[in-house]
Design a protein. Structure first.
Length: 344
């Protein structure tokens, strides 16, 4: 399986066959033959290929075929450019390699989790049903009705791995499904409030099955808002009916729930707490202040996934993996595991 693994690693590195060939001193045709299996590179060439691609040689020599993922949906950022085909291929290949390491770490630690409810199992035909679906997930996961300390941990603790990676594109987050049928979310570094909403938005794409007439993006936006701030919590904080909302009030709610001030205004509007006119006026003011691109953070810091590292440490403590294997699973340089863990 050297050929498919070489190709997967090359795509993840964002390199063309010609660029990889130049890096190791062979032609584009030679790289093509390596990837097709027509030619098997010698040991020295394999070492050079692994170094150029930034992957362990053991990964290239793994007999199993490389894992694959397919995209479900993405949350787009309105102020960026488009994701190129090459960047998309690289992102999906990176996600596939990361998920392969994640699954191996789960197996080594003896802690495999599958999301419940299963993917695409929540049928929804209206926004009211979307609200109910979000409440059902929170109840099933034992999240209560208040603010979520960490959306990332909520997903990871309940079977949805979260990968944080730089995505130089229009995409803030992406829901993917792996070859084994399990879902994951890829997110780019973002302000904390936008990141939390993006994660909840992609969770919706994994779990919901919208009926005809209900747009997937509309449903995902409503699910994310309801997942982060349930209707009862919104009414408890704001009241049942309001004529106005103050910026200071919205700042305080943003700090408490990790939901942007603009999202709070939209949440109040969709629940009928404020009128459309009131919401539009507030949102117009916020756009004029430049908050559409990025609001004041108000202490809402970006979240970092941590389950993969915990799984590897567990497997290492149990003696199920060596330090070199642990370094591979964490994509850390061989021999620098301790330093990686101190700086992670």
């Amino acid at each position: 399986m050297i050929g498919p693994r070489l190709r997967s690693a090359r795509l993840a590195a964002g390199m063309s066959q010609e660029e990889l060939g130049a890096a190791v001193g062979v032609s584009k045709m030679a790289v093509s033959k390596y990837e097709s299996g027509a030619v098997v590179p010698g040991s020295g060439r394999l070492v050079a290929l692994a170094e150029a691609l930034g992957v362990p040689l053991s990964w290239i020599l793994e007999p199993a075929p490389p894992s694959g993922v397919r995209p479900l949906a993405a949350r787009a950022h309105p102020l960026r450019g488009e994701l190129s085909g090459r960047a998309s291929s690289a992102l999906l290949a990176q996600a596939a390699a990361w998920l392969e390491r994640y699954r191996a770490a789960e197996s080594a630690a003896g802690s495999v989790r599958r999301v419940d409810p299963p993917l695409a199992s929540l049928r929804v035909a209206s926004l009211d049903e979307v609200e109910a679906a979000a409440e059902r997930v929170r109840a099933a996961w034992g999240l209560g009705g208040g603010p979520l300390p960490s959306v990332t941990e909520a997903l990871e603790d309940h079977g949805v791995p979260v990968m944080l990676v730089e995505i130089p594109s229009v995409v803030d987050a992406l829901a993917v499904v792996a070859d084994d049928g399990r879902g994951a979310v890829i997110a780019s570094p973002q302000p904390g409030d936008r990141q939390r909403f993006s994660l909840a938005h992609e969770l919706a794409h994994l779990l919901l099955l919208p009926g005809r007439g209900l747009g997937e993006e509309e449903a995902a936006h409503r699910f994310a808002a309801a997942f982060l701030v349930p209707a009862d919590a919104a009414r408890r904080e704001l009241g049942v009916r309001r004529r106005a909302l103050s910026i200071d009030e919205l700042r305080a709610l943003k700090r408490k729930y990790g939901l942007s001030m603009q999202a709070w205004v939209r949440r109040a509007r969709e629940l009928g707490i404020v009128s459309r006119r009131t919401a539009q006026a507030l949102l117009s003011d916020m756009r004029s202040w430049g908050w559409e691109a990025a609001e004041p953070d108000e202490g809402v810091r970006p979240e970092l996934p941590g389950r993969l590292e915990r799984l590897v440490l567990r497997a290492l403590a149990e003696g199920n993996v060596t330090e070199s294997r642990a370094a591979e699973l964490l994509a850390a340089p061989v021999g620098s595991l301790r330093e990686h863990l101190r700086t992670a």
